[in-house]
Design a protein around this ligand. Structure first.
Ligand code: LLP
Length: 417
């Protein structure tokens, strides 16, 4: 048995047959049983990362909570598992709120985000009894006041601040810089704070910031906390998510423990030790728990390998130029492969899942694995080219079960009237 790199789910290895094994299951058997493409989530991996966050924060700062940034993997079974592990939940829309409730989260530990919330979403959240709403603009403040007044409640809120900190990540997922579309800039924040303090059905409890996603360095997080400290004293601080993960073996992101320690140390130094601290990781909780399996459909000129999925199950390479590893799940030890382009089945040239991946003599029927697809894969899946979305399969201790079934052709017409 050979262990695999940290890009793969914890406990993954190459078995005696030279096949990929995840969660105690042979990946080629999983592909045969559940079909491809499919997302396979290793439950033990997800639980281990959830515990690293919950224990890591609680031991360093007991007055705290870890929120699952559920946009990363909005699947009921994932909500359920993370609720079981004691996390709270961040939702960014009415739909995510409905999923979080279905997954069993206590409404008081669900927190609503959104930079363009509708009155309907606000009404849903307030009447469900969400813990707090994160305000993103003055219009948001007025709309929430109207809803809270109508329902006769006082709603706790945080104000989202854009701290003018730019981390090193793709522009599309950078949110802390001054020209971000999110929240209030440092110069506008005092006006927003005064306004909320003057709004009868809103109770301001603190500030929020989220500077971006897939950040591989810790210093921008420190600078963001320092920027929040300039805006006065509050009871609650939500420091967002954003810790990056390894998509490729050469990437070494900070550990969850180091990240949490840095946030807590900086919060103690800049904000004081008596505050309530919230963090909302998405990617770093779920990304490496999951792999996608595909089947090779055709090989052209032996450099381009076409599989049965692509931009309908993983948009990230197309949107952010994200790099993924790929391997032949049935010949993990084969060496001397040619550099291949792993192309998807969709009708456009940009539908390439990975470039320059070493695959040894790929042929029709081979199972291909792309690791680290748990974050924003299922979340951004779509039906482009009429492709039904893949199932989600949980794998643990040598057993596997479907938690979201594969879409059918009937599903594609299910909303027709
Ligand atoms: N909190 C807020 C307010 C957020 O907007 C986000 C992510 C998170 C927490 C979680 O951030 P994470 O820990 O996952 O970095 N689709 C993109 C990522 C968009 C992230 C949006 N906000 C991608 O696939 O890279």
């Amino acid at each position: 048995m050979t262990a695999l790199s940290h890009v793969y789910p914890i406990g993954s290895r190459i078995n005696a047959l030279g096949h990929l094994e995840i969660g105690g299951c042979d990946a080629t058997s999983l592909a045969a049983e559940f079909g491809t493409p499919a997302y396979f989530v290793v439950e033990d991996d997800l639980r281990a990362r959830a515990r690293a966050y919950v224990d890591g924060l609680a031991t360093r700062h007991p007055n705290s909570d870890v929120l699952f940034a559920s946009k990363a993997f909005p699947c009921t079974a994932v909500y359920r598992l993370l609720a079981e592990e004691g996390l709270a939940c961040d939702v960014a829309s009415g739909g995510e709120l409905a999923l979080a409730l279905a997954g069993g989260f206590d409404p008081a530990r669900i927190y609503l985000h959104g930079n363009a919330k509708s009155a309907e979403e606000l009404r849903f959240a307030v009447s469900a009894g969400v813990g707090h709403v994160v305000l993103d603009s003055l219009d948001d403040c007025e709309a929430l006041e109207a809803v809270a007044a109508e329902l006769g409640v006082v709603q706790e809120v945080l104000i989202r601040v854009t701290p003018d900190v730019k981390g090193d990540t793709h522009a599309a997922i950078s949110t802390g810089q001054a020209d971000s579309k999110f929240g209030f800039g440092l110069a506008e924040a005092p006006t927003a704070i005064d306004k909320v303090l003057d709004t009868p059905h809103l109770k301001l409890v603190g500030l929020h910031c989220h500077i971006g996603s897939q950040l591989l360095e810790l210093d921008p997080f420190r600078r963001a906390v320092a920027a929040l400290a300039t805006l006065g004293e509050f009871d609650v601080y939500n420091l967002g998510g954003g810790l990056g993960v390894a998509y490729q073996e050469t990437q070494e992101p900070p550990s969850i423990a180091d990240y949490v320690a840095t946030l807590v140390e900086t919060a103690h130094a800049e904000l004081g030790a008596g505050k309530r601290l919230l963090i909302e990781p998405g990617r770093s909780l779920v990304a490496n728990s999951t792999v996608t399996l595909y089947t090779v459909q055709t090989v052209k000129r032996n450099v381009s390998t076409w599989v049965d999925g692509g931009m309908s199950d993983n948009l990230r390479p197309m949107l952010y130029d994200s790099k993924y590893e790929a391997a032949l799940a049935g010949r993990m030890n084969a060496t001397g492969g040619e550099l291949c382009i792993l192309a998807g089945k969709h009708c456009e040239s940009g539908d390439v899942i990975a470039r320059d991946v070493e695959l040894s003599e790929p042929r029709r029927g081979d199972i291909v694995v792309t690791p680290a697809t748990g974050a924003y894969g299922y979340a951004m899946a779509n039906n482009y080219t009429g492709v039904p979305r893949p199932p989600v399969v949980f794998v643990s201790g040598g057993n596997a079960h479907v938690v979201v079934r594969r879409e059918s052709y009937e599903d594609l017409t299910a909303r027709d009237v």
